[in-house]
Design a protein around this ligand. Sequence first.
Ligand SMILES: Cc1ncc(COP(=O)(O)O)c(C=O)c1O
Length: 484
Amino acid sequence: MPVDLAQSLISAASLSTRHLDSVNERPVWQPVPEPDRAWLTGQDLPDAGRSIDQLLADIERYVLPFPMGNGHPAFFGWVNSAPSAAGVAVSALASALNPSCAGGDHAGALLERTVLRWLADLVGFPHVPGGGLLTSGASVATIVAMVAARQRATRRLGFDVREEGLFASPPLVVHMSGEGHSCLRKAVELAGIGNRQIHLIPVDEQFRMRPTDLRETISRDIAGGLTPMAIAGSAGTVNSGAIDDLDALADIAEEFGIWFHVDGAYGALGATATHQHPLLAGLARADTVVLDPHKWLGVPVDCGCVLLKEPAIARDAFSLVPAYLRDDDSGDLGWFSEYGPEQTRPFRALKVWATLANLGRQGVTALVDRTIALAQEFAGRISARNDMTLIGQSLSIVAFRYEPEGCDAAMIDRLNAALPVAIQRRGRTFITGTSLAGRPALRVCILHPDSDESHLDLLVSEIEAAGGALVQDQWMQDDGKSGS
Ligand SMILES: Cc1ncc(COP(=O)(O)O)c(C=O)c1O
C-alpha cells in the first residue's frame, strides 16, 4: 500500500495533539471493554495492506481511548510520567533517521555523548569521556552496573569471569536494603550471583539503609569467606522516595574496597532541586549511578541511563572487540555496544536532548521543585487529618494509609490493599499501593508538570468516596473471606 508520508505525518501529528490536548476531558484510566479488548488482542494479520488513514482511524477508535493514564495530571501511580512535548515532537525524526546507535560516526551516536555529559552534570556525577550509556530503562542500566561490578570483583580475585564463568569464584555477595528496587535483584540473578547472595540490610524508620548494620554485615561476610561485590544504595526508593545516607555508604564501600552502586532511577534528578536533599550529595562518590530520563524528566519511554565512573571496567565486561583491535590508550571510546548488552540501539539521545534543551537547567529545576513542593503540601494535608496516617514523604513521593474511624487493624489493611484499584476504576485519579513495614500502604508519586492543588483535592475526595464505599462493603466486614 503506497504511503503519502507527508500527509500521514500531518494526520498523525494532529491526532497526537488532539489526544494530548483533551487529556483532562477523559477518564484518567478506564477498563478496556470486551469488544475493544478482543480487537486489541485478537486481530488477524490482514492479507492486503491497509492505508495509513485507515490505521489512524483504528488508533483513534481502539488505542487512544485506553491509555495507561500517565499523561493525566491526576495520575499519581508508580513512577510513570507524562511525555515531554519536545520528546513527542522529535520522536518521529529519530524514526526518520533510524540509525543504530551501537556506535559509528553519525549524529545519533555523537549526540549521545552530549546528553550523557548533561545528565551527569545535572545530578552532580563527575563525568569522564565514555562515562555512561543510554539504555531501555533502569533495569537494563542496572544489569550494566552489576556486570561491571562483577568484572572488577573477579579481576581482583585473579580470574576472567567471561572465560571461566563463576565456577572459579568464591561466593560473591551484594548488599542492599529490602527497599531496593526489584531490578537490582533481577540484575544480580542475571549476573549469576544468586538471590541467596543478596544480603538485605535493615532500614531505619525512614526506610533508609542502616550504615552500622551494613558495616557489621560486611565484616561478618568477609570473616565468613564471602567476597562483597557491590553495595547498592537507593537515591529515591520506589515505595517512599527514601534516600539512603549515600555518603555513609560510600565511606563503607571505600573502606572495604567494594563497588558502590546508586539506584537513582527515580530520585537522582532530585539533585537538581533548589534546596537539594543533603543525602543526595554522596551520589557523586558512586562507581555507577542509574537514572531514568523516562521518569521525572518526562522523556518518552523508553530511556534509562547508567553513568560510569570508570568506563574501562564496563568495556572490559562487555566488549567483544578483541583488545588488539582496540586502541584504549588513544582515547578512542569505541562503540556504545562495547559497554552494555545491546547491539542495535535506538536513537534515544534525540528525545533526551530535545527535552533537556527545551527545559534548560532552570526548567528542570522548576519541574523538580514544583513536584516536590506539591508532595510536601500533600504530606501536610495528610498529617492534619485524623483518618490518614503519613508514613513518609521524600522527594515527590508520599506514602500513607487511610484509617477511617471504626476500622480495626485488619480492616485497615484490607481497605488500603483494595483502595488503589477501587480508585483507579472510578477514573478520576490514579494511585497505586505498596507494602511498607509489612503492611499495605498507599503512595502517590507526583511527576506531572500540570498537577496542582486541585488534583490533590480530588485525590483526597476520591479516597474518601472509594474508601467509604469499601467500608460499607460486606467483604470488608467479614474478614475478606467472601472474596467479592
Ligand atoms: C527506584 C527505581 N529503580 C528502578 C526502577 C526500574 O526502572 P525501569 O522500569 O526503567 O527499568 C524503578 C521503576 O519504577 C524505580 O522506581
